[in-house]
Design a protein. Structure first.
Length: 255
């Protein structure tokens, strides 16, 4: 690629770098690994259960849940993302909708599992997002999420490498801001305010930081495709680790 790529979220094309889609691809394996783990005392059988993905993007996670046996609804605030998800649909029966995370327009208590992706680290209104997720979740249901911690390392990665430094930038400027990155303890307090009891936090990270840098630089230069990035970045789950940058967690809706 002889010129700088065009960075645009929820867009596809040979000269487009869509950092949101790149993130979904590289997170997919660790998200699915986390979902396959038993949630402590909580047990949800996929067959016969309904799952909602909030911030679903092109629908990759939603289709993964459908393959586990869930009946899945995927919601995203961007009409362009919904259109791309419909194009990528593989017949798993996922329902794709366009709506903001703060106003889902779905019935109360209608899901057994809600997964909030690509949302909590960009929203200015986390309490509204969590309250809405709790509203559509049945009592005893699981709220699963991943997000970004607020640390020096996360600022260097998300505010610096991903949206400021020319050689590794894959996101539009302003996508992330320090005040929208939240520590696990802060998120646990917000979960509690929404009627959700936090049960777990698990760190995840690239197997090697050098590989993450190579992946983002290669994608910027056009020497790597989106589909090559997950294997190169190789995200690994660290259930006992302290989150330095990214983490997953789950909570249970109180009766």
């Amino acid at each position: 690629m002889t010129s700088a790529p065009h960075i645009a979220l929820d867009s596809a094309g040979p000269d487009i770098v869509d950092g949101r889609h790149i993130r979904a691809l590289t997170f997919q394996a660790v998200r699915m690994e986390y979902l396959r783990r038993p949630f402590g005392e909580l047990h949800i059988e996929a067959a016969g259960s309904r799952a909602l993905v909030v911030g679903s993007g092109r629908g990759l996670l939603a289709r993964g849940l459908a393959r586990l046996g869930f009946e899945v609804v995927a919601v995203d605030p961007a009409p362009a993302a919904t259109a791309l998800a419909l194009e990528a649909d593989d017949g798993q029966g996922v329902t794709y909708l366009t709506a903001p995370a703060e106003e889902l327009a779905l019935p109360d208590g209608s899901f057994d599992l809600v997964y909030c992706a690509d949302t909590l680290e960009i929203t200015e209104r986390p309490d509204a997002v969590l309250a809405e997720a709790a509203r559509v979740l049945r009592p005893g249901g699981a709220f699963v999420y991943d997000s970004v911690n607020r640390t020096l390392a996360s600022r260097l990665t998300y505010l610096g490498a991903f949206q400021a430094f020319p050689g590794t930038r894959i996101m539009p400027r302003g996508r992330y801001a320090a005040q929208r990155l939240r520590r696990p303890a802060e998120l646990a307090e917000a979960l509690d305010r929404a009627g959700l009891s936090a049960k777990d936090v698990s760190a995840f990270k690239p197997r090697a930081v050098r590989s993450l840098v190579r992946a983002t630089r290669g994608r910027r230069r056009g020497t790597l495709t989106d589909d090559q990035l997950p294997e190169l970045v190789d995200m690994v789950l660290q259930p006992e680790g302290s989150p330095v940058v990214t983490y997953l967690g789950y909570a249970v809706r109180r009766a």
